[in-house]
Design a protein around this ligand. Structure first.
Ligand code: SF4
Ligand code: SF4
Length: 337
């Protein structure tokens, strides 16, 4: 497996306090990465990723750091992207000025998040105007534009985001609210049926993130806060070690299993009591909830690792057997000649 985008979580602070925020960001939240940490991390990861994404919290609250990170990313020949709530697009003029700075720094892709959690009814009209101003300004440039909606898709924010994206030639992406960060207060459930959890591979496991606390996780968002033993938490003593941590994780059998066949495929490796415990710990029916329930559980991780080691040994044994059969066939063919 190869990692694709390194997330640089510039700050925990945000001007908003969305109810579903997976990073628990708010105006009161504290914690920022420093420039030396960012520079070390980006340079160290450069050989293992194709791009760097500047995110938060609200990345544009640390505008200078954001622009510097984008510039460094470009200078290393990597693709740069940013996720923002677009608060800075207060008028068409301001939107154009900020987007001009981002493009001049080397930004390739700008994603703006917009859903019903991003505004109160009182601020709705303002947020809609900002979204429109941002997308209109971005459409005048070569930036790849994305509108990210998070929610059930049954509200008018979905319609607003979808039609604004279509109007300005932006891609529209949707995601479900997850039971992590403040999202836990919205959708925490009891007695979740394991059958609800979808099969399939995880496409986000290849997007690692460095947080303001200096923690490093294999995926952006849901892995945050994973315990020390978790395979989702990549071990680093400093930001300059993220490249080594990625090299180690690229060959980790559990990370590769999540990437290739998905968290649900790990259930078969669990003994009955551990499987029952994992199922009891599900927060909802999402793939991430199952992934965290397994990887947070030290015994479950040991059982999955043991099974994967067994599979590896079986593959090695079968290959050796096939090779010896081939040699025998070649030898007998040689004898007949
Ligand atoms: S979801 Fe985004 S915009 Fe909302 S509080 Fe969190 S970081 Fe800020
Ligand atoms: S399935 Fe696991 S690795 Fe993938 S995004 Fe969710 S928590 Fe992260």
């Amino acid at each position: 497996m190869r990692y694709n985008t390194l997330g640089i979580h510039l700050t925990n602070a945000c001007n908003l306090t969305c109810g579903h925020c997976i990073t628990d960001s708010s105006p009161q939240a504290r914690g920022d990465l420093t420039w030396p940490q960012i520079e070390s991390a980006v340079r160290s990861a450069a050989a293992h990723v194709d791009g760097v994404c500047v995110t938060g919290g609200e990345a544009m609250l640390r505008r200078d750091l954001a622009l510097r990170t984008i510039g460094l990313t470009r200078s290393l020949g990597l693709r740069s992207s940013m996720v923002t709530n677009g608060f800075w697009a207060r008028s068409p003029h301001e939107a154009s000025a900020v987007i001009g700075d981002l493009v001049a720094a080397g930004l390739d892709k700008l994603a703006v998040s917009f859903d019903r959690y991003h505004f109160t009814p009182k601020h709705r009209a303002i947020r809609v105007e900002m979204l429109d101003a941002l997308l209109a300004a971005g459409a005048q440039t070569a930036l790849e534009l994305v509108v990210q909606y998070c929610g059930p898709g049954d509200d008018d924010a979905y319609e607003i985001a979808d039609s604004a994206a279509a109007r300005h030639g932006a891609r529209f992406e949707t995601a479900a609210v997850l039971p992590f960060g403040r999202g836990r207060n919205l959708i925490l459930r009891r007695n979740v049926d394991i059958a609800e959890v979808p099969d399939g591979a995880c496409g986000v496991v290849g997007r690692p993130i460095l947080t303001p606390e200096g923690d490093f996780y294999t995926c952006c968002g849901p892995a945050r806060g994973a315990p020390q033993h978790s395979p989702l938490r990549l071990r680093i003593a400093s930001a300059g070690e993220v490249g080594d941590a990625l090299a180690a994780a690229e060959v980790d059998p559990i990370i590769n299993t999540i990437h290739n066949t998905g968290p649900k495929s790990m259930l078969d490796a669990l003994s009955e009591p551990v499987r029952a415990r994992v199922t009891r710990n599900l927060l909802d029916g999402s793939m991430c909830s199952l992934c965290r329930a397994i990887t947070d559980d030290e015994e479950a991780v040991d059982e999955v690792r043991a099974r994967l080691r067994g599979d590896e040994l079986r593959v090695v044994a079968v290959s050796a057997l096939l090779k010896s059969v081939q040699i025998e066939q070649q030898e007998s063919a040689t004898c007949r000649r």
